[in-house]
Design a protein around this ligand. Structure first.
Ligand SMILES: [Zn+2]
Length: 54
């Protein structure tokens, strides 16, 4: 059930985030906001790319 998204931050860092995260997710390298919770699934912020769904 749990899905992860592989995202790429504007700084070039790639990391996995929980698709159903209930809190904000920040980049581990630069600290930029990568995604924030929304109704069903997290919404990635502008500048963040979703590479794939794991
Ligand atoms: Zn970053």
């Amino acid at each position: 059930m749990s899905k992860f998204l592989r995202v790429k931050c504007a700084c070039g860092n790639e990391q996995n985030i929980f698709a159903n995260a209930s809190s904000k997710v920040s980049c581990l390298v630069c600290g930029a906001l990568l995604a924030k919770p929304s109704a069903s699934r997290v919404k990635v912020t502008e500048g963040t790319k979703v590479l794939k769904v794991l």
